[in-house]
Design a protein around this ligand. Structure first.
Ligand SMILES: [Zn+2]
Length: 326
């Protein structure tokens, strides 16, 4: 499993951190200059914040595709990009005033539109919902539009980030895996990854930033550790070591040797117990390519089993300073 470290800091892309990063479109949009990525990364759309704040997407599909093309070209090393998806948490539905099924239709429609506008860009379809039935329904919606999800290198699972019941997410993930999908769970809890990490292709988290808000800064310039690189890397290593020790998860394909950690002033020296497990296994800076998955990771889809038809959805966190996740 590839495990992406979520961050609000686009500048980290240029650092030789040795870990794949997840960065939001909201943090990159409008920047005159962009960093050149030294390693693999993925783009989150920032949909949760966009819809929570505005009740709609203010960026149309053409503008979003144009922005993603710029990121892919100027930043480089882009594994994949989320579409302008529509989360299904109750708070988001209340803000948009639309139904869950409407959010699902809009999510599917946007993926189809982006794929038509920019077939060369690595947009991934994202499943949205609340119940297993919802997620199956969303998957069926893609299939009815001719998208064979089981043949794609990656399918996102949204609206799972804020759930308290990891067993519920696990059931959703296993149901979708049974359909032959290679999944990325957006912001899944680490407890959940302990249980089903072996069944998914990738996940991400920036829960380190949330917890870092309550940790005193490691230097006079850090009021807290919510945006501290050293704190983040310590957390990342601790988590990947824990996942690697789990019989259900292996993140050995996820990280590279964190070069920057040795030179960063906020390195693990200041966050030793916080987590300094050695990076699990060598990982390489994956060349940018649609889907972001190396051939070795393209395993044949699991045998398809009958499903009842539901789908689920994903969620991210994109407040500039407030991690939305878990
Ligand atoms: Zn710090």
């Amino acid at each position: 499993m590839r495990f992406y470290l979520g961050t609000h800091q686009p500048a980290w892309l240029a650092r030789d951190l040795g870990v794949p990063l997840l960065v939001s479109h909201r943090r990159l949009a409008g920047r005159r200059s962009l960093p050149r990525a030294s390693g693999p990364w993925a783009l989150d759309s920032g949909g949760f914040t966009e819809l929570s704040l505005h009740g709609r997407w203010r960026t149309d599909a053409v503008a979003y595709a144009t922005a993603v093309r710029r990121y892919a070209t100027e930043i480089g090393n882009l594994d994949w990009a989320a579409p302008r998806d529509w989360m299904t948490e109750g708070s988001v539905l209340a803000r948009t005033g639309l139904s869950l099924s409407s959010h699902q239709r809009r999510t599917v429609t946007d993926y189809l539109r982006l794929r038509d506008l920019a077939p060369d860009l690595p947009f991934i379809p994202v499943l949205q919902g609340q119940s297993i039935t919802d997620y199956h329904h969303c998957a069926d919606l893609y299939e009815r539009h001719g998208v064979d999800l089981a043949t794609l290198p990656l399918v996102g699972v949204g609206s799972v980030c804020r759930r308290q019941h990891t067993a519920e997410v696990e059931a959703i993930v296993r149901a979708l895996t049974a359909r032959g999908y290679r999944l990325h769970t957006f912001g899944a809890k680490i407890l959940g990854l302990d249980r089903y990490g072996d069944t998914i292709t990738s996940s991400d988290s920036m829960s380190w930033s949330f917890s870092g808000r309550y940790v005193p800064g490691c230097s006079p310039t850090h009021r807290s550790e919510s945006n501290c690189l050293g704190f983040a890397l310590s957390w990342y290593r601790r988590v990947t070591q824990r996942l690697d020790s789990s019989p259900h998860t292996d993140t050995s394909s996820t990280s590279t040797v964190p070069q920057a950690e040795r030179s960063d002033p906020c390195s693990t020296a200041k966050h030793p117990p916080g987590g300094s497990p050695a990076p699990a296994g060598p990982a390489s800076a994956t060349p940018s390519r649609p889907g972001g998955l190396s051939p070795a990771k393209r395993r044949p889809p699991p045998k398809r089993t009958p499903t009842t038809g539901r789908h689920h959805h994903r969620d991210r966190t994109q407040r500039p300073w407030t991690p939305k996740c878990c």
